[in-house]
Design a protein around this ligand. Structure first.
Ligand code: PLP
Length: 457
């Protein structure tokens, strides 16, 4: 392994040695394992304690051990499972990827744990440089780190509002999810997430992408009605190009071109939330895949590279003082972000023949096969883009979906739900998901279908 920092030979040798030991240990986690009865009781007690600490029930009955390998995750009950959701999309490269191990080890050579915005170093600078170069076809020229996707969105909002003052009203699609800050929850469509919270931000929702051939006209008609009713008091149009929490609902290039062009013509800034889509579609950014380079004004990212932040144009660059904050990211995250970006851009990951599309195709072929075998009553829907894949089972109700998810978990696959009506099962698999992993995951899906869905028919 090549260390970015140390010229000290004995430190480098020790790091190499540790790297090999850690990698060897995790490499052994390479197949499913059932829970062990003695560890299961302890795991259960720990989960109960955690529930008490957090004051809410856990979705699943587990803590993880911290060991994993590719799609495999070791849990505290001794089991090893396929993790098809990996913490809602954190580990794009798969558990214990050499880049992760190496970055962790090297960050121990740093003088502290977290890089502050007032203490930027070379890893901070090189990430900004590298990523801004990748989007030089757009007008995005600046990047500011944030410690969560929600905070990247808050920064986007501040940047927009300082520019469009006194216009603060936003437009977004129905079913938008914008994060967990007060602003994020205000903007989010799902009322369940904002019960009794004051409505501090004025947001209008319009119908988003749908399968209808007239989807763009429907959206634009609603936009026009808004302007007719309220006048043009809008600061920005916030768009999730592939609506994550809604279950991966998306339009095509033409749809977005038409809708975004309408907004541009009305002087409304285009804010793209790529917190879930970033690095997971067939281009590094979903706006690149949909060919929207000329139309985007502000873009937020998170999750996949373990750092978060906001891109903005020169026109939107706010005065000093608007953006700030103590922390930018941990040093290990900054190293991961730099190296992941290099890895992603230099290994045939993107494009219609890249690895992401290949993994996607394998999932879709298998869903096709299962739907043909069991019918649309058993699998009414499957789809998605790149490494964002979702499907529905049975009546697509939230209750049945979670019954299925819990059984899927017991059978060895961790996934998560998205959306309510319909509820979908959501996969955000890592890049290290091979054909043989996919085959085994589908064997488990099929088993679970027979236990939960087909049995009930
Ligand atoms: C589209 C979208 N926006 C914002 C967020 C919030 O990001 P974070 O959870 O990192 O604050 C998420 C997280 O799931 C998301 O999917």
């Amino acid at each position: 392994m090549t260390n970015m920092f140390s010229n000290n030979q004995s430190i480098n040798k020790s790091l190499d040695h540790l790297f090999t030991l850690i990698k060897d240990q995790n490499d052994k986690i390479n197949q499913l394992r059932k829970p062990q009865p003695n560890l299961s009781i302890e795991n259960h007690n720990q989960v109960k304690k955690l529930e008490q600490c957090r004051g809410v029930p856990s979705f699943y009955n587990y803590l993880k051990t911290g060991n994993g390998n590719g799609p495999f995750l070791e849990l505290a009950d001794g089991s090893v499972k396929y993790d098809m959701i990996n913490g809602i999309g954190i580990n794009l490269l798969g558990y214990s990827h050499p880049i992760y191990i190496q970055s962790h080890l090297e960050s121990a050579l740093k003088d502290s744990m977290i890089c502050g915005n007032l203490l930027p170093d070379h890893s901070y600078l090189s990430f900004c440089n590298q990523i801004l170069e990748n989007i030089n076809q757009s007008k995005l020229e600046h990047f500011w780190f944030a410690t969560a996707g929600s905070l990247a969105n808050d920064n986007a909002l501040k940047i927009l509002w300082t520019k469009t003052h006194p216009k603060t009203r936003l437009i977004t699609f129905e079913k938008t999810f914008a994060g967990r800050t007060i602003a994020g929850q205000n903007i989010t469509w799902n009322k369940k997430y904002k019960e009794n919270l004051p409505e501090l931000i004025d947001v209008d929702y319009v119908p988003g992408p749908s399968d209808a051939k007239t989807a763009a006209q429907i959206t634009i008609h609603s936009l026009e009605k808004l302007i007719e009713k309220n006048g043009n008091i809008y600061s920005a149009f916030l768009i999730e190009l592939i609506q994550g929490e809604a279950g991966f609902i998306f339009g095509d290039s033409q749809y977005y071109q038409q809708v975004l062009t309408w907004a541009k013509q009305h002087g409304i800034y285009i804010w793209i939330d790529e917190i879930q889509t970033f690095a997971r579609t067939t281009e590094l950014f979903a706006f690149q895949m949909f060919n929207l380079h000329d139309l985007v004004d502000i873009v937020t990212i998170g999750k996949a590279l373990q750092i978060c932040g906001t891109f903005y144009t020169h026109e939107l660059n706010p005065k000093a003082g608007v953006l700030g904050g103590t922390f930018a990211a941990s040093y290990s995250s900054l190293l991961v972000a730099n190296r992941s970006l290099n890895f992603l851009l230099n290994n045939n990951i993107y494009g219609t023949k890249g690895l992401i599309q290949e993994i996607h195709n394998h999932f879709i072929e298998n869903f096709n096969r299962l739907q043909k075998k069991y019918g649309e009553q058993v699998i009414p829907y499957f789809g998605g883009v790149g490494l964002m894949i979702s499907f529905e089972v049975g009546d697509s109700s939230y209750e049945l979906t979670w019954k299925f998810l819990n059984q899927l978990f017991d059978n060895g696959v961790i996934a998560f739900s998205a959306g309510q009506k319909p509820a979908r099962i959501r996969f955000l698999p890592s890049l290290m998901t091979t054909l043989s992993h996919i085959k085994e995951v589908f064997d488990i899906i099929e088993k679970t279908l027979s236990e939960i869905i087909i049995k009930d028919k």
